[in-house]
Design a protein around this ligand. Structure first.
Ligand code: MN
Length: 342
């Protein structure tokens, strides 16, 4: 028996080393909620929520108020029967980052209880993954300098934020490709383009001889027809991020043949929907990447173990702890940039 005794929430604040600029948003740091799941035998499991108002409509002040509700939902349940707890906590769909942290905290407590790491509870498919590093939107000079420093740190996959100015983005991408030969590029517009702008962007990039591995969320989150239009007019694979939160979103994207890739983030889906999405996307013969919000090492630990356990992802965009100032590293994984491993 490994019954849950209590669930505690704690607010932690982190600052970015440098302001993080994406389409219509500049972020200086993050307020994350640490979730501790204590069992009756004293074992504690940890999770972390990184709420996103932009993507999920979550405000910290609102979701931190769910501590009592979560206690009512799962105190007394046995983490050895964790599927039962995942099913109960599926009801937290309006606070998906909390759902993720609670569900992972349960897995972490189970892992501590039986002495088996979470990535092995989830399948143990891999022991090592490679993360990309993300570049903010900026002036051409800032973008070139950032690209250069990312390559110098040892990264082979660069995530390039675009979406505020089509001509500057095209110019920047071509310039970055010239000084980062051999790297792969994930380009993310964070909903910043119209469908026609997005097609113009990929057409010009293609003509310039630059290859993009994944083009993420070119258009608005509810514009499924727009995503589909871009997909069928783009030489590069198109990914849904903001459009793909729950397994029901993904089912619709698959039915509509709207994208090539799904970007799973635990902060959008929790563990339960993320597990479902992995199998749905595989069955549909599409591809997967995994991303993050502004998790610290405690929170990215969740995605590292999920990615290692399922082994389902072509690309891992799990760089937030590399961008946040953090006193103590709290991941149950090791770092050798650009690799995370166990
Ligand atoms: Mn994205």
């Amino acid at each position: 028996m490994a019954k849950i005794k209590s669930v505690k929430f704690k607010l932690n604040e982190f600052q970015y080393f440098r302001p993080f600029h994406i389409t219509n948003s500049v972020s200086y740091g993050s307020q994350n909620i640490e979730v501790a799941i204590e069992l009756e035998n004293g074992v504690v499991g940890y999770g972390e929520a990184s709420p996103s108002f932009r993507v999920n409509g979550e405000k910290v002040a609102a979701v931190i108020g769910l501590e009592g509700t979560v206690n009512e939902m799962i105190v007394g349940m046995d983490v050895r029967n964790y599927r039962q707890i995942l099913d109960v906590t599926d009801k937290l769909f309006a606070a998906p980052s909390i759902k993720a942290a609670v569900q992972y905290g349960v897995l972490d407590a189970f892992s501590e209880e039986i002495g088996v790491p979470v990535y092995q509870i989830l399948g143990g498919a891999k022991t090592k993954i490679e993360t990309d590093q993300t570049m903010s939107i900026g002036t051409l000079e800032e973008r070139i300098n950032e690209a250069r420093s990312i390559v110098e740190k040892g990264h082979n996959v660069i995530k390039i934020k675009v979406g505020e100015n089509l001509q500057e983005d095209i110019q920047a991408l071509i310039a970055i490709s010239q000084i980062t030969r051999g790297c792969k590029y994930i380009v993310d517009a964070n909903m910043g383009y119209t469908p026609k702008q997005a097609v113009k962007f990929v057409t010009e990039i293609y003509r310039a001889g630059v290859d993009i591995s994944v083009f993420e969320q070119p258009v608005g989150m509810h514009d499924i027809d727009g995503l589909k239009y871009v997909r069928w007019n783009s030489p590069f694979p198109i990914a849904a991020d903001e459009s793909a939160k729950s397994k029901y979103d993904v089912m619709k994207l698959i039915k509509e043949e709207a994208v090539d890739y799904i970007n799973i983030k635990l902060m959008k889906s929790g563990i339960s929907d993320a597990l479902a999405i992995v199998e749905m996307v595989k069955a549909a013969n599409l591809k997967l990447m995994i991303g993050c919000m502004a998790e610290s090492s405690l929170g990215i630990n969740q995605s590292v173990h999920f990615a290692l356990g399922t082994g389902a992802f072509d690309f891992h965009d799990l760089d937030s702890p590399l961008m946040l100032k953090e006193g103590t590293f709290r991941g149950k994984y090791k770092v050798d940039v650009p690799y995370y491993y166990v």
